[in-house]
Design a protein around this ligand. Structure first.
Ligand code: ATP
Length: 533
């Protein structure tokens, strides 16, 4: 039997209490969909971003070769949040970045149109077609109400009960399949009366702003909803100024903004968030292999950061779920994590999409600048899949990860309860991402212990302070000090005690096991070097 989901309330309380995550503008009552990181959260987020940067940009995949045996080459950029507005026309965001929503006039709730379903009597289901329904159905079923619901919410069971009472045997249809003539008979998911749902309306998810002082329509610009387009737009400059050639990747991390209609689940769906994206360019004939390579490599990466395998899954998109740019080609897969609020289901952490040549083609058309790749080296069939002298638009495999969702997944996975410990709640964060790397304590604040502890603290700082916090704490009982470090996710605490001055040893306490061992006091730095990766 699987364990019950962890409590999101407890995780959020720990995040607040220990300074991981705060509500943005909290003293003004907060602002929906925005979150700030406190001291420990800022460092945790930075460690995750640095781990990605190291494994993607500085030392791609630790030297692991690509699917054709060659080294994987990736170069970074750092592009602007505000781009020329035409970028977003070319990318399809101005026209297509919409989630149609329906509002409920009665309950004031707002729903994604494609998330709302309706229970209809089974006998009537074949009649629910735009051309035949309406009068015909109304003639035969005495105008009874239809009950709408949203899957996986309390409305599902509640509305089912009412619908069964009204109609007997039921069939589920999408609200979008119900002709408008019947909408006055639909009871919204959280409503009591019929006819409360509005027509679906489009909400563009991009934040608008103005560039320049006049703030007219001509000055309108957008905050980027993804970092990807900046990389496509600079594709040619990167090629012309570096020695990379196809296949290669461009990578960047940075803020993205989406005016999400229903921000929820802590930082999972925020309006301001950070992405870590790779656009990997390859010859079209090699796209399938690179797609499979990136999908599996990225999945292994999340696991390497300590996320448990049983809370991770790879999910290939169904054909009808694919984004407009991914309809043709090798497909899209999401790396999903079982968050407490999705349990037993999963929520997206990173998407890996074969975007074909959609973006480069669009920018070539809109900018009227040639973005084709030409391999000057010639040769018959080149190792990159191109033919001698071939000019082509490379295909793109895009692994696109959410940094904030990554932090949230790490926190949820690490959150551990053990009522028998002095720290009944603590964080089993992998040492590589843990914001506090180590702590040094004198058992008591006298008898020469502080001096010895301070010396060790200084040595540890010198070696490890660039990777995270090193704490020194001389106050309170030792149990309380350990508990505080456990809650912050600190993997190792070193304590100088009465024996240290006699035998030059200190204790190391392991956060996960709460066990202690003695090591030589001049081996602390060495111990950490061995254990912090
Ligand atoms: P979803 O279906 O959850 O809205 P998406 O498919 O629109 O996500 P992408 O456009 O593929 O997301 O963005 C890539 C990554 O950016 C996602 O895997 C996720 O980690 C992150 N992300 C997207 N939207 C948000 C958001 N509103 N808040 C936090 N992270 C987000």
């Amino acid at each position: 039997m699987s364990a019950p989901p962890k409590s999101m309330e407890k995780i959020m309380a720990l995040c607040k209490r220990r300074g991981f995550i705060f509500q943005a503008s909290e003293i003004y009552g907060g602002i929906n969909g925005f979150w700030d990181y406190g001291p420990l959260g800022a460092q945790l987020k930075r460690n995750l971003r640095d781990a990605w940067w190291e494994d993607v940009v500085l030392n791609p995949l630790g030297g692991k070769p690509g699917p054709f045996g060659e080294p994987v080459r990736i170069v970074p950029v750092d592009t602007c949040i505000i781009q020329h507005p035409r970028v977003w026309e070319a990318s399809g965001h101005v026209a297509g970045f919409n989630d149609p929503m329906v509002d409920c006039r009665e309950s004031k709730a707002r729903y994604r149109y494609d998330h709302v379903s309706v229970y209809v009597p089974t006998w009537a289901a074949p009649l629910i077609k735009p051309e035949t329904v309406g009068p015909k159905l109304s003639d035969t079923d005495e105008g009874k109400p239809f009950f709408a619901f949203v899957s996986d919410t309390p409305s599902e069971a509640k509305q089912k009960k009412k619908a069964e009472k009204a109609h007997g045997e039921l069939t589920v249809v999408a609200l979008s399949a119900v002709p408008k003539a019947l909408w006055p008979r639909v009871v919204g998911p959280d409503a009591e009366k019929t006819g409360s749902l509005t027509e679906p309306r489009a909400f563009n998810l991009m934040f608008k702003t103005y560039v320049g002082a006049t703030a007219t329509e001509d000055d309108e610009a957008y905050l980027r909803p993804e970092t990807a387009q900046g990389m496509f737009v600079q594709f040619k400059n990167v090629l012309d100024t570096t020695r990379v050639g196809v296949p290669f990747g461009i990578a960047q991390t940075g803020k993205a903004f989406r005016n999400e209609v229903t921000p929820r689940n802590f930082t999972f769906r925020s309006r301001e968030f950070e992405q870590m994206e790779i656009e990997f360019f390859c010859h079209p004939s090699q796209a399938a292999e690179w797609y499979a390579f990136w999908r599996d490599t990225r999945m292994a990466w999340w696991e390497s950061l300590g996320l448990s395998r049983e809370n991770l899954q790879l999910r290939a998109h169904d054909k009808d779920e694919l984004a407009h740019y991914a309809k043709e080609g090798a497909g899209t897969s999401d790396i999903e994590f079982r968050f407490p609020f999705t349990d037993p289901g999963f929520g997206e952490l990173e998407g890996i999409a074969h975007r074909s040549d959609f973006d480069l083609k669009q920018h070539q058309t809109f900018s009227k600048k040639k973005l084709e790749y030409f391999d000057p080296d010639g040769g018959e069939l080149l190792p990159n899949g191109a033919h001698k002298g071939e000019r082509y638009l490379p295909h793109v495999i895009e692994p696109s990860a959410g940094l904030d969702r990554g932090v949230l997944a790490l926190l949820c996975d690490a959150f551990t309860e053990d009522p028998s410990r002095a720290s009944p709640e603590f964080l089993k964060l992998a040492p590589r991402v843990a914001p506090i790397k180590a702590a040094v304590f004198p058992l008591v604040n006298k008898e020469g212990m502080p001096e010895l502890a301070e010396k060790i603290y200084g040595e540890v700082c010198k070696q490890f302070a660039k990777t995270g916090f090193i704490e020194y704490d001389a106050k309170g009982t030792i149990g309380k000090r350990y508990a505080r470090m456990d809650e912050g996710g600190c993997p190792y605490c070193f304590t100088v005690d009465g024996d240290t001055s006699k035998d030059q040893t200190v204790t190391v306490r392991n956060r996960d096991t709460a066990q202690q061992e003695r090591i030589a006091s001049d081996q602390v730095v060495r111990y950490l070097a061995d254990h912090l990766r």
